[in-house]
Design a protein around this ligand. Structure first.
Ligand code: BJ8
Length: 419
């Protein structure tokens, strides 16, 4: 990584503390990623993006700001990126996946909370996340109670706009979500000084759909036996999707998929046990569960998570002549996401059962971040449905620390022997 200290200083970062983070990440990446054998050449781009995750991309964000542009941070796949793009702003995902930030988060939040929220708040209050420091505004949402209340803490540090996400999917909920998208457009127009026109919104919908299509193409390739790419590499790509330039990302991912097409043609062998992970999101650099599973004779072939299928499934219709038409299209696509914050959430079970077939899954690992009640409660229904379909499932509740890694490995090992 180049020398970005002046840039970080201008972002009011705690440089000494940030050095500690920068000291551990490359080693961690090396041992998890670079130690894998026979990786596709196309992963070099994503390795590079990771190596510059606090460098080059931050420079791009700040060059955009110097030219009068704005940067908006988001925490949930329900926030429509299309609106942000249409106002010529940049959207970055701020969910945090490192234990490094948890301690600072705990200074402002109860300890018995989901690590994703504690790490996200910790990243901001410690001044060690250059993405957070580059944001002109963050966009929260009313999903789980933990996040909902965390916005009240964060607004002491950064301007916050909260989208009120309905928790059911009735007609009146669709109408309410369309209203929320309208309010969001007003907010983004006010912040950026740019009008979200029909043309700009249509163009942004196209960009986001192209990105979804490329991710879907990657996931479709993982349906082959053996999968032409590891679950770890796919996870890294999904994590990078939240912060990279969407057009460049799509091009690079399609180039990687061209290479994977060739790998599929040349592939031989049976492959390993095929695992689906379902549950809470895995924000960068949370690679814990994939590392454990793929360290055993198994491969992760699909993630039914927000850093997986929920991020790219279903496109936004590009048809329509007015802003209202396009808002309806956005509402339709986004309310099709099946998050455990909704009740009922039977669509998620349908998705899981469909993926079991499509990806030829041998077993399901239910991944639950500690203290995420919505996903923890929903385990029961998912377990029932999988048992009925004859698919083994194991429930793993964990956080970002490495303390329980040995214990999880023993459990997953026993699970694999059983399937
Ligand atoms: S659409 S999963 S990104 S809310 S923060 S709910 S892990 S206790 S992230 Fe999410 Fe949107 Fe739903 Fe996806 Fe649980 Fe933690 Fe809450 Fe979480």
């Amino acid at each position: 990584m180049g020398d970005y200290r002046e840039l970080w200083k201008s972002l009011d970062m705690d440089l000494d503390k940030h050095d500690q983070l920068c000291a551990v990440l490359p080693e961690m990446f090396g041992s998890v990623y670079l130690s894998q054998e026979n990786r596709p050449e196309g992963m070099n781009y994503f390795n590079f993006v990771f190596s510059e995750v606090h460098g080059l991309r931050i420079k791009e964000l700040n060059d955009h700001k110097s030219n009068g542009g704005k940067v908006l941070g988001t925490f949930c796949v329900f926030v429509p990126d299309e609106v942000i793009l249409a106002a010529n702003a940049i959207s970055v995902g701020l969910c945090a996946g490192s234990q490094f930030w948890v301690e600072d988060g705990e200074k402002h939040l109860p300890r018995n909370m989901c690590p994703l929220i504690k790490a996200a708040v910790g990243a901001k209050v410690s001044g060690t996340c250059p993405y957070f420091q580059s944001c002109d505004m963050i966009i929260g949402e009313t999903t789980c109670d933990g996040k909902k209340k965390a916005w009240e803490i964060l607004e002491d540090f950064v301007p916050v706009h909260v989208m009120d996400l309905p928790q059911m999917k009735r007609n009146k909920d669709y109408a309410m979500w369309m209203d929320e998208i309208k309010l969001f457009i007003d907010k983004v127009e006010e912040l950026t000084g740019n009008k979200v026109t029909v043309e700009a919104l249509k163009a942004a919908i196209k960009v986001c759909n192209n990105k979804r299509r490329a991710l879907k193409r990657l996931y479709d390739l993982r349906k082959f036996t053996p999968s032409p790419i590891s679950g770890l590499d796919s996870l890294l790509i999904s994590q990078i999707a939240f912060n990279d330039d969407p057009v460049r990302f799509t091009e690079q991912l399609n180039a990687l998929c061209d290479e994977l097409d060739e790998r599929v043609k040349a592939a031989q062998g049976e492959g390993k046990k095929r695992i689906m992970i379902t549950g809470t999101p895995m924000a960068i650099p949370n690679w814990k569960l994939h590392t454990i599973i793929e360290g055993l004779p198994a491969e992760v072939v699909v993630e039914e998570t927000c850093t997986g299928t929920r991020y790219f499934e279903n496109e936004v219709s590009e048809e329509g002549e007015t802003i209202e038409d396009l808002i309806t299209n956005l509402a339709d696509r986004y309310l099709g996401i099946n998050c455990a914050c909704f009740t009922p959430n039977t669509g998620r079970i349908d998705d899981i059962l469909r993926y079991v077939e499509e990806y030829k899954v041998d077993g399901v690992v239910y991944s639950n971040l500690s203290f995420c009640h919505s996903y923890a409660v929903e385990y029961k229904k998912v377990e029932e449905a999988l048992k009925k379909a004859g698919i083994p499932v194991i429930n793993i509740e964990t956080d970002y620390s490495s303390e329980d890694a040995g214990q999880i490995k023993t459990r997953v090992e026993a699970f694999l022997e059983m399937i």
